[in-house]
Design a protein. Structure first.
Length: 264
């Protein structure tokens, strides 16, 4: 994509590759949105909106003809910049495997968190509804640290609505450590995996109130991608080279009943 301006960067392919490898580690670990929602794309940079199938009647008419406007989900552009210092670029070009990757990591985290927030919480200003605000199932309250009964209750509720597994337990970070306790000689994580039909548990900073049990059978939630996460060149600075991560996407919920909130 010409918008990335990679040909203008003052370094070659080995530096782009090294940056990409560092970023990939972060995205694979932190981009929880793609472990839950289907990624449909990439549809290209020109992808700007998608119809919802709904229409809104307009007050204005054309004679005796009623006029309706079709509703669309807008595509959002996400971009986060960072500066890679000149000395770190020099290290990479000399073949070093160890260099200061902190700027890359922080920018990749920021983009991951932004996408996760859109998927879980939506982007209300542009009419994008996330998983949490779209939920129609009644919340389940967990009693103390024993989350298994609550997870089982949530799965029963999902199955009653015809929502099959496998399921994932997505947990806010401060509660995630509780899942590694051992009860009755049997690791909680193993018992959870069996209950969730192999889906397992993940942590996500986009969840602020406990956890959710969500089906990952496919088709219930879609990230509609235009340009997938890409790395581009912005400009040279006194400190080094300013680069950026960039993507375009929107999100839609097809099955609001496919997730249950656990108040933990």
């Amino acid at each position: 994509m010409s918008i990335l301006k990679r040909n203008l960067a003052p370094f070659g392919g080995e530096v782009w590759e090294a940056i990409g490898e560092e970023a990939k580690k972060v995205f694979e670990r932190r981009l929880t949105s793609r472990k839950i929602a289907d990624y449909v794309g990439a549809k290209g940079l020109e992808f700007a909106a998608i119809g919802t199938g709904k229409t809104t009647a307009l007050k204005e008419t054309l004679g005796d003809v009623a006029v309706y406007a079709r509703e669309v989900l807008k595509v959002l552009e996400l971009k986060t910049s960072f500066v890679l210092k000149r000395e770190e670029i020099d290290l990479i070009e000399r073949g070093a495997k160890a260099f200061d990757n902190s700027a890359i990591v922080e920018a990749a985290k920021a983009l991951s968190d932004a996408e996760n927030s859109i998927v879980f919480n939506g982007f209300k200003k542009e009419g994008i509804v996330g998983i949490l605000p779209a939920m129609t199932q009644k919340a389940v309250k967990a009693q103390g640290d024993d989350i298994l009964p609550a997870v089982a209750e949530a799965i029963i509720a999902l199955k009653d609505e015809g929502v099959e597994g496998p399921y994932i337990l997505a947990v806010q970070p401060q509660y995630y450590g509780k899942l590694f306790s051992v009860g009755e000689g049997y690791p909680l994580t193993k018992r959870l995996n069996e209950l969730l039909d192999g889906g397992g548990a993940i942590r996500s900073s986009a969840i602020k109130n406990g956890a959710i049990v969500i089906s990952v059978r496919g088709g219930d939630y879609e990230i509609l991608g235009g340009a997938d996460i890409s790395l581009g060149f912005e400009k040279e600075t006194a400190q080094g080279v300013e680069l950026f991560f960039f993507e375009t996407l929107t999100f839609r919920v097809n099955t609001p009943e496919a997730a249950v909130l656990l108040q933990w």
